[in-house]
Design a binder for this molecule. Structure first.
Ligand code: KIV
Length: 265
């Protein structure tokens, strides 16, 4: 399998070809996810909820992220590995540098961090030192207590303009990828068109350059009612491998996300 790089993603954006991202936290699923054709594996701090049973991502530590990143690296067959910097591991640019180094040494090809324009200095420094960064905007789960819940962000003109300005500031600071979570589909389209770098969406409608979902959600393994933007691809599949391929095919063809998976302004 050919290695996916940032260059691959940039080319896919230019050519209008959708790319797939999916979380994985171990070697077994890293291999299966890559073999299904997923271009980017996200070692997400969602593992704090999915694997560890916490009610948020806040308890996840840097050591745990490095452990799971190393597991994914061992199973990976050519996908680009993006690893989450966990809560409070990038409170200052200096701390971000040390934390990002730990994840890159564990096998990540890039790191993801959550926030708005306040991250510009941190992103600039990481990027200058050769660490590619994905800036996660919109619903940022590490700020769930500040946001007052897992709610759609960027609704209304003022909030939408602010999110657009933050996205531009973080791209200008050197972010190589943007990720939008739970923002209205028209706003995600606007950010994607304005950005030169690839934009990944989750609960952000059909117009972003790539899509991401949580592995356990698409396999129908998450207890309780799934969020609106999730589709259970296991419902019509005989094996997990078939479900993973169905996810990839649906993203590539534009069948996923459908309008019912998105939010309006
Ligand atoms: O941690 C994670 O899995 C994420 C995705 C929900 C985007 O950040």
């Amino acid at each position: 399998m050919k290695n996916t790089t940032l260059h691959t993603l940039a080319q896919m954006k230019r050519e209008g070809e959708k790319f797939c991202t999916l979380t994985a936290y171990d070697a077994c699923f890293a291999q299966l996810v890559g073999e299904a054709g997923v271009e980017v594996i996200l070692v997400g701090d969602s593992l704090g909820m999915v694997l560890q049973g916490n009610d948020s991502t806040l308890p996840v530590t840097l050591e745990e992220m490095a452990y799971h990143t190393a597991c994914v690296k061992r199973g990976n067959r050519g996908a680009l590995i993006m690893a989450d910097l966990p809560f409070m591991s990038y409170a200052t640019p200096e701390q971000a540098m040390e934390s990002a180094a730990a994840l890159m040494q564990a096998g990540a090809h890039m790191v993801k961090l959550e926030g708005t324009a306040w991250l510009a200095d941190t992103i600039e420094r990481l990027s200058e030192r050769g660490i590619p960064v994905c800036a996660h905007l919109g619903l940022t789960p590490q700020s769930v207590n500040k946001l007052g819940g897992y709610k759609v962000q960027g609704r209304g003109d003022a909030e939408a303009q602010q999110l657009l300005a933050d996205a531009k500031a973080l791209e200008a600071a050197g972010a190589s990828v943007l990720l939008l979570e739970c923002v209205p589909s028209p706003l995600a389209k606007q950010v994607t068109e304005a950005a030169e770098v690839p934009v990944i969406g989750i609960g952000a409608g059909p117009d972003t350059d790539g899509q991401v979902l949580v592995l356990h959600d698409i396999l129908g393994l998450t207890p309780g009612r799934p969020p609106r933007f999730v589709k259970n691809f296991m419902a019509e599949a005989a094996t997990p491998q078939e479900a993973l391929r169905a996810y990839v095919d649906a993203v590539k063809s534009g069948a996923f996300p459908a309008p019912e998976h998105g939010f309006q302004s």
